[in-house]
Design a protein around this ligand. Structure first.
Ligand SMILES: *Cc1c(COP(=O)(O)O)cnc(C)c1O
Length: 355
């Protein structure tokens, strides 16, 4: 049976990235050795890292003065690396979901944290507006896409202090004006590669301003100076990520990703609005293009397991909602084809007909 992969993360990857990884595991660039068993200092792997940094910069038009790092630890490690490197006295956070809330909690270990706004009052179903960012904060932290709740910030905000963004689940889904950010980070495993590698884009002039001493692995400057090779990087993950970046470029880059992701999301949201059994979760002006959350209307709530089974029988994978929202979540990352979304829409229509 054909599978339709709506997993939230780790998530669907382009088939060519998987195929080329398999090949490199068997024979890495004709060396006669597996990528699993060569030095990260070999000229073959060094080229992978250098190319990955260059291509990521190219795809996002990263301007002068910014550095790109690929490190381990996941986005959750960045939750404390960011304040370690940037928080001297005070930081501001926009709390739009569980990940934002976890990031804020880590920052509290390092100094004063001001929550400028939160959407917790409505279980994070919207993006707050009309808040004020304190001009004496060391930085302002946002989560651009709230993977669990299905909301997204689709514009590059203006901030009077360095803007720091967790873009784990919507990186490479639209052109971003990097010059408006001080730092962007995320785990690769949603929209950009396999689990195990984390990206950081940082404007160099915001570093070196905190009073505390930094362990080498925590200090972004260590990874800048060493070209992300201070210690052993997650070699295979970086390879697969580079293959994914090459695929994005071959498709037409982030502008083309934006076009496709918007089309896919519009197709699914239109069905959710039409279907008499279903309600979308996120408020209309806050909807995520990457993670689409929906529930059965209260009068049909008892059909939840039936719909899950119905969808499973048709090859729909990963559409069960996160426990903090319930219902359903379909993740429509870059590598997910439009026909998978059409298959889900057809499935929801057929389920409606049978009830
Ligand atoms: C998945 C996710 C994280 C956590 O990423 P890890 O790499 O598992 O630490 C953080 N923020 C967002 C927005 C996410 O989607």
């Amino acid at each position: 049976m054909k599978k339709y992969n709506f997993n939230a993360g780790p998530a669907i990857l382009p088939q060519i990235a998987i195929d080329n990884t398999l090949e490199a595991i068997k024979d890495f660039k004709g060396t006669g050795l597996s990528i699993l068993e060569v030095s990260h200092r070999s000229k073959e792997f060094d080229a992978v890292m250098v190319d990955a940094i260059a291509l990521f910069k190219e795809l996002l038009s990263v301007p002068e003065g910014y550095q790109v790092l690929f490190v381990g630890g996941g986005a959750s490690t960045q939750f404390f690396h960011v304040p370690y490197n940037l928080l001297n006295k005070k930081a501001a956070y926009l709390v739009t979901g569980s990940w934002a809330s976890k990031a804020k909690k880590e920052a509290e270990l390092f100094g004063e944290v001001v929550v400028v706004a939160s959407s917790k009052d409505k279980n994070y179903s919207y993006i707050p507006k009309g808040y004020t960012i304190p001009t004496d904060a060391d930085y302002f932290h946002i989560t651009t896409n709230n993977t669990i709740f299905g909301t997204e910030i689709l514009t590059d905000l203006d901030s009077p202090v360095p803007l720091v963004a967790d873009m784990s689940s919507d990186i490479l889904s639209r052109p971003v004006d990097v010059s408006k950010y001080g730092l962007i980070y995320g785990g690769a495993q949603k929209n950009m590669g396999p689990a195990g590698v984390t990206f950081v884009i940082v404007r160099e002039d915001i570093l070196g301003k905190v009073d505390r001493k930094l362990p080498a692995m925590v200090d972004y400057r260590t990874h800048i100076e060493s070209g992300s090779m201070y210690n052993t990087p997650p070699v295979v993950c970086v390879f697969t990520m580079l293959e994914t970046l090459k695929w994005v470029k071959a498709q037409g880059g982030v502008k083309e990703m934006e076009k496709r992701d918007t089309e896919k999301a519009n197709l699914l949201y239109a069905e959710l609005e039409r279907n008499k059994l279903i309600n979308p979760v996120a408020e209309t002006d806050s909807r995520s293009r990457m993670n689409v959350t929906f529930v059965l209307k209260p009068e049909y709530a008892e059909l939840e397991k039936d719909l899950l089974d119905f969808a499973k029988a048709r090859g729909m994978e990963g559409i069960k909602g996160h426990r903090s929202v319930g219902g359903f979540r379909a993740s429509l990352y870059n590598a997910l084809p439009l026909d998978s979304v059409q298959a889900l829409v057809d499935c929801l229509k057929d389920f409606e007909k049978s009830h």
